[in-house]
Design a protein around this ligand. Structure first.
Ligand code: 8YV
Length: 319
């Protein structure tokens, strides 16, 4: 009998070294290398104790149900909307994510996008490379310092964004499911009111059904032709069709987007727009943060298999 817990990796993990590291301690199997994953699960599903996965992939009810011995799911990433809560809870399967360690990098990227779209950094870089500076001046841009920053979702990442806003002399307001008790900033009751007030609307709300399309056509119109949208949360929080239309029709000033409704597909209508900055979901993608996320996955699994407890369970999986 194999004494090492058996772990199933359902998709290539974003940190390559993590799989090798886990394989030193666990009997690791890569489902994504199987030519016929369904047949493999039918034959060997009963041998797995854990799943290692990532936030964008999660773990479906179908996968969970195919693993009758499953006890733990360790996720790489803070988001947990793709883990089937019902399927996991029904069987008391514990689920962990990697919160906090990525707050700073995600907030940094929110500001990178905000500064870029307001000041035209990437657009002016393209302008120089095209040789256009030899013929004309780059259009003037929008000031950031001293402006109003609206944060949609005042969780750990929203707070890190708010701290950075202080360095730019920005006034901060936010909208959250409930007022953040320890926040000195003005709380707006709805995304619409927040959008009406702010110059830059930064989306840092968690994904999932409860936040789907919180930013809709009405919110975008409230943000208005001088307002910018930044999204480092989930594409699902924004009605993407409404956003594309608002950008094409210049009903908002611009957008900085790290996340999309159907990644890695990005609406092609955005490619031609210079007032949009597009990133391929890179907010947590620094060596340091990805290493810290990987450490937390390892620590969660170690803690679970030695003590039965997780270090950072997702909220609905807490002890
Ligand atoms: C991804 C993220 O995890 O943490 C999250 O929820 O969306 C990202 O950090 C990252 O792309 C790795 O999959």
């Amino acid at each position: 009998m194999n004494p090492r817990p058996r772990l199933l990796v359902n998709g290539k993990l974003p940190q390559a070294a993590l799989e090798a590291r886990l394989a030193e301690t666990y009997d690791l199997h890569r489902l994504y290398e199987e030519a016929e994953p369904q047949a493999f699960l039918a034959a060997q599903g009963a041998s797995f104790d854990g799943i290692v996965t990532s936030a964008p992939l999660g773990a479906s009810a179908e996968l969970i149900d195919a693993l009758p011995r499953l006890k733990v799911i360790a996720g790489f990433g803070v988001g947990y909307e793709k883990y089937d809560e019902q399927a996991a809870r029904r069987r008391g399967i514990r689920v962990s994510n990697t919160p906090d360690v990525l707050n700073d990098c995600v907030a940094d990227l929110a500001f990178a996008l905000l500064l870029d779209v307001a000041r035209g950094v990437a657009a002016s870089d393209r302008f120089v490379r095209r040789g256009e500076w030899l013929r004309r001046r780059f259009p003037i841009a929008t000031r950031v310092s001293g402006k109003k920053l609206g944060i949609l979702g005042m969780g750990r990442i929203g707070r890190a964004v708010a701290r950075r806003a202080g360095g730019f002399g920005m006034e901060v307001g936010y909208c959250n499911t409930r007022p953040a008790a320890d926040s000195p900033h003005a709380c707006y009751a709805t995304p619409l009111e927040l959008a009406r007030w702010c110059d830059f609307l930064v989306v840092t709300a968690a994904g999932g059904a409860s936040t789907r399309h919180l930013v809709d056509a009405g919110v975008l119109d409230a943000l208005g032709p001088h307002g910018f949208l930044i999204n480092v949360a989930r594409g699902s929080v924004v009605d993407e069709q409404a956003l594309v239309l608002a950008l094409v029709e210049r009903r908002i000033a611009g957008a900085g987007l790290d996340v999309f409704a159907d990644e890695p597909r990005v609406p092609e209508a955005l490619f031609a727009l210079d007032n949009v900055v597009l990133c391929p979901h890179i907010a947590s993608g620094t060596e340091e943060t990805r290493a810290a996320m990987a450490d937390l996955v390892v620590e969660n699994l170690h803690s679970f298999f030695t003590t039965g407890r997780l270090k950072t369970p997702v909220p609905w999986s807490a002890d």
